[in-house]
Design a protein around this ligand. Structure first.
Ligand SMILES: Cc1cc2nc3c(=O)[nH]c(=O)nc-3n(C[C@H](O)[C@H](O)[C@H](O)COP(=O)(O)OP(=O)(O)OC[C@H]3O[C@@H](n4cnc5c(N)ncnc54)[C@H](O)[C@@H]3O)c2cc1C
Length: 446
């Protein structure tokens, strides 16, 4: 039997593609080399991610999906699928000079973004795949042969598919050549914990526009940063992301490296004093990778299969949802995937610019905070435009003057030059009073 579509990888991306394709009447098979529930990284959502979740739910009659688009509806409808509240982004500088930056992304907890407890969220979606009657094959090592169509061999079976989506993250299942020309160069060290103290309780501050721990909390350290994401089930996801030039990989075990970095930052270590680790520490090699092609006549990659830049700014899941929307439209209408590929190349370059620029000035908190306004302006402008006009590019990527502005300032940051207040530079896209010096880096939602 020939399937219209084979999807490799049943993370949230692969499962969502399967569910949407099924709604479009396509005959789908979904194959994973592991089984649910299982640990997965990539937890913090953004307004753009939530907007896309809601739009996909509405466009494809996936009513069960809609409550996941905000914290209030998620905890009400799905109390058994853990998540955490994300009122925005918070940054605490632990290098000399200190400094804080908090940027709200939503008005209150009800409408807040979320941290997805991926183990349960992904398992739920995979369960929906099965309930829909889509064949989900788990724990399967497959071999893929591609000619006019695709032949997949696994577990003594052979199936044909007219189209294949690679949603396997970094496995490169389609064996497409990679050439990484990204500026960002980082690696990560991460795990899940229980009993991590909440920063806003350890260090309460009436000037904060929201409780600083109800956010994607970033500790900036010498040559890198740490994220701390709390889930309501008592689990906390935490990890260091390190600039490779400052922190080359050594012979240390992951545990030794974790302890060494913590010892250097006793204030951060206090947050973990009462905690116990519940997963092993993952110590990655360089995170960045980039395929030379993202799609062809009868195949396509989701973002996380096509490339990876860095988790700063939590772009991964939102970008995946944007690309799922485009890919599913192209499959539905039989459109060429050349624009799917071209847009993604452009977006990867913008993400890389924003992130590599941020690393360039991470040692100077004022410059870091000023430069980050490019990301916040692009993300917010694009979210509002999409809400109002129904169409907008990811992170405002297709807005040429915006891109030129970003490139101009990123170049300065990469050269290590100080970044001044960018109020005038971002004025056309600044709908929310960013770069208002009277706010002293404390941005409530407007
Ligand atoms: C340290 C770190 C932190 C991150 N934090 C964030 C964040 O806060 N916010 C955000 O938006 N993004 C974040 N990301 C990015 C995020 O992980 C991705 O956007 C997201 O996981 C993509 O989901 P996916 O379903 O496409 O792929 P994945 O989640 O990678 O799922 C891939 C699936 O494919 C299966 N698979 C793998 N290999 C094979 C194979 N050979 N055959 C069959 N199946 C296979 C796996 O079992 C898995 O089920 C982070 C990434 C890293 C590395």
């Amino acid at each position: 039997m020939t399937h219209d579509l084979a999807i490799l990888g049943s993370g949230f991306g692969g499962s969502l593609c399967a569910l949407i394709a099924h709604q479009l009447g396509l005959n789908v098979i979904l194959i994973d080399n592991a089984s649910h529930p299982r640990f997965a990284i990539g937890e913090s959502s953004t307004p753009q991610a939530d907007l896309m979740l809601a739009e996909l739910a509405d466009s494809y009659n996936l009513d069960f999906l809609r409550p996941f688009a905000s914290y209030g509806s998620w905890v009400k409808e799905y109390p058994d699928i853990p998540c955490g509240p994300k009122r925005g982004f918070s940054y605490f500088n632990h290098q000399s000079g200190g400094g804080e930056l908090l940027v709200a992304a939503n008005p209150d907890l009800e409408h807040a973004d979320t941290h997805w407890y991926r183990e349960s969220f992904d398992a739920f979606l995979a369960g929906k795949v099965k309930q829909s009657g889509i064949e989900l094959i788990e724990n399967a090592k497959f071999q893929l042969e591609t000619n006019a169509s695709h032949t997949l061999r696994f577990l003594d079976r052979e199936v044909q598919a007219n189209f294949v989506i690679d949603a396997t993250g970094g496995s490169n299942s389609l064996q497409i050549e990679h050439h990484c020309d990204l500026y960002t160069q980082s690696r990560a060290l991460y795990a899940h914990f229980k009993g991590v103290s909440k920063w806003g309780e350890l260090h309460p501050n009436n000037h904060h526009p929201f409780k600083s721990h109800n956010s994607a909390l970033h500790h900036l350290i010498d040559g890198g940063w740490m994220y701390v994401l709390h889930f309501d089930n008592g689990v906390t996801s935490a990890g260091f992301v390190l600039d490779i030039e400052h922190h080359p990989l050594t012979e240390e075990t992951p545990e030794e490296e974790w302890v060494r970095i913590m010892q250097r930052y006793p204030k951060i270590a206090t947050q973990f004093d009462q905690s116990n680790r519940i997963t092993s520490i993952v110590q990655t090699a360089q995170l960045q990778r980039k395929s030379v092609r993202y799609a062809g006549k009868n195949w396509a990659m989701l973002p996380s299969a096509a490339y990876f830049v860095d988790p700063l700014y939590s772009t991964g899941n939102a970008h995946t949802l944007y690309c799922i929307e485009r890919l599913m439209k192209a499959l539905h209408y039989g459109n060429s995937l050349s624009s799917y590929e071209a847009l993604m190349f452009d977006e990867v370059s913008l993400i890389d610019e924003l992130v590599s620029g941020a690393y360039g000035v991470m040692q100077d908190f004022d410059s870091f905070a000023n430069l980050s306004m490019l990301y916040f302006a692009g993300a917010d402008f694009s979210e509002r435009k999409r809400r109002n006009e129904g169409i907008a590019s990811f992170l405002n990527c297709q807005d040429k003057p915006f891109r030129e502005t970003v490139s101009r300032w990123i170049e300065q940051a990469r050269l290590g030059n100080a970044i001044p207040c960018l109020k005038d530079a971002i004025e056309p896209w600044n709908c929310v009073g960013l770069c208002d010096e009277s706010k002293q880096n404390m941005y409530d939602y407007t």
